[in-house]
Design a protein around this ligand. Structure first.
Ligand code: MD6
Ligand code: FE
Length: 216
């Protein structure tokens, strides 16, 4: 059977180069999915997901949270990294070991040897939520890559170039996929198209994205 149909079954490559410096590792997080989700639950008990305000005064549809020494925050005064959660007045929850291990292993596979993230931004999407094209440029160490982990419902990732108007390619990101992103494409525009309706067996009606950064 396998032989008869093998040419008809789409096989996703295990590694896919998205651009110079950007690599998609399919299923890289599957080995630790249970631990990752248990840690997420603990983090959420210490720091709740919230909808941040953009400097322009809009409320973001994607709910956000952070763990690690620094967290990404947005409000009317701008975007920045802060050691303190403005909502609780406490430091952000610690970065769990399983998060750090996954981020470092993925970075090493992509050739980024000494990646020590000090920030993990946690995004939660519900169906219809999107993230408009943007650059990740609030980090002080852009020589370090970003490691992005997708969990839950699938999403369409848009990936462009250094200019907002550059043409974009689209990639489906599934539960367990990891994108490592740095070097020449570190500042490329990217975004997430509106999430499709669905139900994930472990996470329900949402997609969680972890992005690990060296912010300081
Ligand atoms: C997301 N990700 O996948 C949003 N940024 O939900 C990002 O904005 C992102 O995936 C930098 C590098 C990789 C990413
Ligand atoms: Fe981003």
């Amino acid at each position: 059977m396998q032989d008869l149909f093998s040419d008809l079954i789409p096989v996703l490559p295990e590694r896919e180069t998205l651009a110079d410096g950007a690599l998609l590792l399919r299923g890289q997080a599957l080995g630790s999915e249970k631990e990752l989700i248990a840690s997420l639950t603990e983090i959420t008990m210490q720091a709740p997901f919230r909808h941040m305000t953009t400097p322009g005064g809009f409320t973001m549809s994607v709910a956000m949270n952070n763990c690690g020494p620094l967290g990404w925050v947005s409000d009317r005064s701008g975007y920045r990294y802060s050691p303190v959660d403005p909502q609780t007045g406490n430091n952000w929850p610690e970065m769990p070991d399983c998060f750090l291990q996954l981020a470092q292993n993925a970075a090493a596979k992509a050739g980024y040897k000494n990646f020590v993230p000090d920030a993990c931004l946690i995004n939660r999407y519900e169906p219809k939520n999107k993230l408009s094209l943007h650059q990740d440029k609030d980090e002080k160490s852009p020589e370090h890559p970003i490691v992005s982990v997708s969990l839950g419902l699938p999403a369409t990732f848009q990936f462009g170039g250094l200019k907002r108007t550059d043409p974009v390619l689209k990639y489906a990101l599934h539960h367990g996929d990891v994108v490592v992103w740095g070097g020449p494409s570190r500042l490329y525009y990217h975004g997430i198209t509106p999430l499709k309706e669905g139900e994930h067996p472990l996470l329900g009606r949402c997609r969680i994205n972890l992005t690990f950064r060296k912010a300081a």
